[in-house]
Write a protein that binds this ligand. Sequence first.
Ligand code: SAM
Ligand code: SF4
Length: 475
Amino acid sequence: MDAFLSHTTGKNIWQSELIRKYDLAGPRYTSYPTALQFSDKVGFEQWKAAVDNSNAQQTPLSLYFHIPFCDTVCYYCACSKIITANKKIAEPYLHKLMREISLQAHHISPTRSVKQLHWGGGTPTYLNHEEMSAIMSAIKQNFAWLNDDSGEYSIEIHPAGVDTKRISQLRSLGFNRLSMGIQDFDPQVQRAVNRFNSQAEVKRLIQAVRQQGFRSISMDLIYGLPKQSCNSFARTLDCIIELSPDRVSLFNYAHMPHLFKTQKQIDARELPEPQEKLDILKLSIEKLLSAGYVYIGMDHFAKPDDELATAQAAGTLQRNFQGYATHADCDLHGFGLTSISAIGDVLIQNVKQLNEYAEKIDDGVIPHFQGVVLSKDDNIRKAIINNLMCHFQITFKEIETVFNIDFQHYFAKELMLLKEMQNDGLVQLDKHGLYVNTAGRLLIRRICMVFDSYLHSGAHTPTSHTAAKRYSRII
Ligand SMILES: C[S@@+](CC[C@H](N)C(=O)[O-])C[C@H]1O[C@@H](n2cnc3c(N)ncnc32)[C@H](O)[C@@H]1O
Ligand code: SF4
């Protein structure tokens, strides 16, 4: 843990000139290679070989369930979701999802314990308690669920659709961690994005969550939304600090209506100017750090005793499709529309269309769509990017020992590219390793991009038009 960062104000981490120079569009590296490298050549055969290998090693499991439905649309949303107030639509999906659970479980050794579980969306609480219970029963029947509450079992909550009774039902199903989408408490901002929840409502829920013994509460905020200003967001942050979640995710709103249709409903003239947006981020970092949160990396903050912070200190933090995670040793199996699995060297994604999903399940096949098998070079770069994202440093010897390479020779081009960042004070390089300075931490994605061979080999170099269209800006 970097004591300096956890106790400093935003002053050291915030370097306006460097942000202006290095804030390009780039990937978020929830995986390396990113989904742009997936192809339909990778399917069941590669998935099965990876699962067999993990069965032999009894690798523990992390399970992800995607519930794609939402009642109403939040205009900013870039998630994979289906908006419908007709709850009947969910029913057939749930049957298919339960069928997928048994289709995958058929190949997975039943003694591999489920150390982690996450339900995301969309809005998992779109489902009623009975529907959720049915899915949970299917999970518990097919996998080695940990009955002693020692697993990390989490769910994403939209506070608007949840009451205190629901919170206790979620706990009874086995969830012990919870993340809540807040985004912004300001009524004008809420109107501009069509998403409503009051601080009083959230406070009641948080009290229930604590009474029920949930072990970690996380809250999502977004900066850069329409009608947001430093003053308005300062009030939201004060409310959040008072509610005192264990983790805060502070996401950058990327206005990309060409990619996400619902964003067309946002009036671009109401978005904060770039300088105001940067000021909002700076203020947020200052407020969260001085309230005692630690900057974990990317968009994440946590209390010093939260598992994310302790995993970072212990060197076990990793990145996965849900952001930062604490179990580096698990295979991730995704279930449901668009979900992604990471099993050994295989990354594989399910289909994205509801009818295609249903057809494949009815045919008795796991609904894979596309994926990639990591090469040795991918694995080396993945390890480097993971270390930089989670621990802000790489020790050359460690990489050399694991992968049997000469780091200086293998990465001669990258080390040259890093010289400019070194001169600008973002990183330090010596013969033993690469260390990210405090000033480089907000720009960590940009530093990782140096090691991304796909960005440099293809049409989409970091500065190109294509990258700007596909990826959000870093800050
Ligand atoms: C699947 S949603 C969370 C669960 C639930 N649907 C909700 O809205 O409360 C995950 C999070 O992604 C973030 N998010 C969604 N669209 C975004 C965008 N365009 N830019 C930045 N963050 C976004 C929001 O903070 C949201 O809480
Ligand atoms: S932010 Fe959450 S509730 Fe809103 S549309 Fe996206 S997934 Fe649905």
